[in-house]
Design a protein around this ligand. Structure first.
Ligand SMILES: Nc1ncnc2c1ncn2[C@@H]1O[C@H](COP(=O)(O)OP(=O)(O)OP(=O)(O)O)[C@@H](O)[C@H]1O
Ligand SMILES: [Mg+2]
Length: 361
């Protein structure tokens, strides 16, 4: 097939026999076990918000690196914590992605389904631009290195809308007897191939992935992200997407996503375990070395907000500024926090946790 025959994207669902081969079923089984284990372990963490904050921030950073934005974790936390208003555009991208994940999560939790308009809302929030669905032709996907056009998505606005309507029906279909993880792979392919927006299709599609997992009850909280896997296997990611476009090669694409789910679940489990250990260690250290200020809430607070400040502690613990300040100084004195002055503010950093979050597990 040459470029003279433009590819016409089919509606969902693909033929069942193409997406349910023996290999795929086996792999889906393994991935389901891994994600179920992750769901179970996540439930054992006492403070769920602490976990979500940590994992979502890492994802926001990883996801933005697909677009080659290299932002340091420290800079990022600083931007989130300090009341300084001017932040650079790269940090802003990460901050936006994180906010959009939470926005999507709230929508799913509140409605129990997603509408096309919600997808548009998420993308608008993400890239801070209200162009919405593509209405001017000309968008093509090119190979980064060679500039060669690898895929031409639908150009006509009404065709895009029609495909999105079909997409959302399958996205919300939670009673299907097809494994939701297989469907995840199909939906992600379909969304990226519709490519409904001028920009942000990759990021929006990655947010849809996590929302889909939650909608299907595979997870309770948004903690499984494939961006890190995709970055590491980016060449394959593009190649597999392309092979579905060109040759309806579903099997290798679906296997790729299932592998991503399995490996990332395991990696996230290891990450949760090490967060849990560090939490335990920290609790003991504070209990032993600063028994007068110890409270579970205080320690959890510096895990929920690894970059913290007096104001946060005041709010979270309902104590006076003076007390909050004393707690933080004491935690610094016993070696749990480090402090740093940003502008006029003093920020306290749970350094060990930050180091742990930076690591690959
Ligand atoms: N051959 C292809 N078929 C379908 N989708 C593709 C193909 N090649 C790339 N894509 C998708 O296009 C996305 C990039 O689109 P876009 O630039 O709009 O998104 P982004 O969020 O700005 O970028 P990124 O995903 O790189 O962060 C990729 O993440 C990928 O999912
Ligand atoms: Mg882009």
């Amino acid at each position: 097939m040459g470029q003279e025959t433009p590819y016409k994207l089919s509606k969902l669902p693909p033929k069942r026999e193409n997406v349910e081969t023996i290999q795929i079923l086996r792999s889906a089984n393994k991935a389901s076990l891994a994600i179920a284990e992750l769901k179970g372990i996540a439930q054992t963490i006492p403070n769920q918000k602490m976990l979500v904050n940590a994992v979502v921030l890492k994802e926001a950073k990883d996801s933005s690196e697909i677009e080659n934005i290299i932002t340091s974790t420290d800079e990022l936390y600083e931007a989130l914590t300090s009341s300084k208003t001017q932040i650079n555009s790269e940090i802003k991208e990460v901050v936006n992605y994180r906010r959009s994940i939470f926005m999507g999560y709230d929508i799913i939790k509140e409605q129990g389904f997603l509408r096309v308009n919600d997808i548009i809302k998420i993308q608008q929030d993400l890239i801070e631009n209200n162009a919405g669905i593509r209405s001017t032709p000309g968008t093509v996907l090119k190979n980064d290195q060679t500039g060669e056009v690898v895929y031409t998505p639908p150009q006509d606005k009404s065709e895009i809308e029609d495909l999105l309507t079909n997409f959302i029906i399958h996205f919300n279909e939670t009673e299907s007897d097809l494994s939701p993880l297989i469907n995840l792979a199909i939906l992600h392919y379909q969304f990226e191939s519709i490519h409904p927006f001028y920009d942000g299709n990759g990021r929006t599609g990655r947010i849809l992935n996590i929302l889909y997992l939650i909608l299907n009850d595979l997870l309770e909280i948004p903690i499984l992200y494939l961006s890190s896997f995709i970055i590491k296997n980016k060449g394959e990611y593009y190649k597999r997407l392309n092979a579905v476009n060109k040759k309806e090669e579903w099997e290798s694409w679906i296997l790729y996503i299932l592998k991503a789910v399995k490996e990332t679940s395991k990696q996230t489990i290891r990450q949760i375990q090490s967060i849990r250990e560090l939490l335990k260690l920290t609790i003991n250290k504070v209990r032993n070395n600063a028994p007068k200020i110890y409270s579970k809430e205080l320690v959890e607070n510096i895990f929920e907000q690894p970059y913290t400040k007096i104001e946060y502690v005041t709010k979270k613990l309902g104590v006076e500024r003076k007390a909050a300040s004393r707690y933080l100084r004491k935690l610094k004195e016993i070696g749990i926090l480090e402090s740093k002055k940003v502008g006029k503010e003093m920020i306290y950093i749970n350094k060990e946790l930050i180091e742990l979050l930076k690591k690959d597990h």
